[in-house]
Design a protein around this ligand. Structure first.
Ligand code: DGI
Ligand code: FE
Ligand code: FE
Length: 189
């Protein structure tokens, strides 16, 4: 499979609006990869595939989480958390993705994880700051992303946690673990 195959297979999985989001994440991730000297090809592939399973039904995602023995505690939390881990396995089984950096970047693109690699960080951040994102505080994250992947990700995680708590949703513990890991030099959490 080549890049065009990844693009075609991804496009046919999703409606136009999500496809356009994917293309903006690919572009944003390329800019960040250049800025922070990260492997462009890995970032590109992971960005193309990160939302591959976003439009699978809940039933399909639950089936995959069980069948592929993904973390079962995901099922106790927000459905939004399910598409990354499932896409990571599908990318391996159906698209032949073997590279661990790419698999991790897809798997953890919603929550992050402690000790993220640079490819993971770039995809995570590009997903949050792609130009059509409008969540409160996104502009401050874009500014931090000019200079520091970690500082930008820390602010994005804080804002996501705040958002989830404000609407009474449960926060998956890995989200806090990621924040603690990256903010270990801060004294405000
Ligand atoms: O798939 P996208 O919309 O492009 O972005 P995403 O995969 O980062 O999903 C973001 C959504 O996931 C956002 O609305 C917040 C929601 N979410 C639900 N529970 C959690 C969560 N995000 C994190 N980081 N942690 C959670 O526990
Ligand atoms: Fe996503
Ligand atoms: Fe996304």
């Amino acid at each position: 499979m080549n890049r065009q195959d990844y693009l075609d297979r991804t496009q046919e999985q999703m409606p136009l609006a999500r496809w356009e989001h994917t293309l903006r994440v690919v572009e944003t991730a390329a800019i960040l990869a250049r800025r922070f000297d990260v492997d462009k090809e890995k970032v590109d592939t992971a960005a193309i595939l990160h939302d591959f399973c976003k439009f699978w039904t809940a039933e399909e995602l639950i089936f995959a989480i069980k069948q592929y023995k993904l973390p079962q505690d995901l099922l106790l939390y927000n459905q939004e958390l399910w598409h990354g881990p499932v896409a990571s396995v599908v990318a391996t089984k159906e698209l032949g993705i073997q590279d661990q950096d790419i698999k991790n970047a897809i798997f953890y693109h919603t929550t992050g994880k402690p000790n993220m690699g640079l490819v993971e960080k770039v995809v995570f951040l590009a997903d949050y700051i792609e130009p059509a994102r409008k969540m409160p505080g996104v502009e401050a994250v874009r500014l931090l992303a000019q200079n520091s992947l970690d500082e930008a990700i820390v602010l994005s995680l804080k804002q996501t946690i705040q958002f989830l708590i404000s609407c009474g949703q449960r926060v998956y513990p890995l989200t806090y673990d990621t924040l603690r890991d990256l903010a270990k030099h801060e004294n405000d959490i």
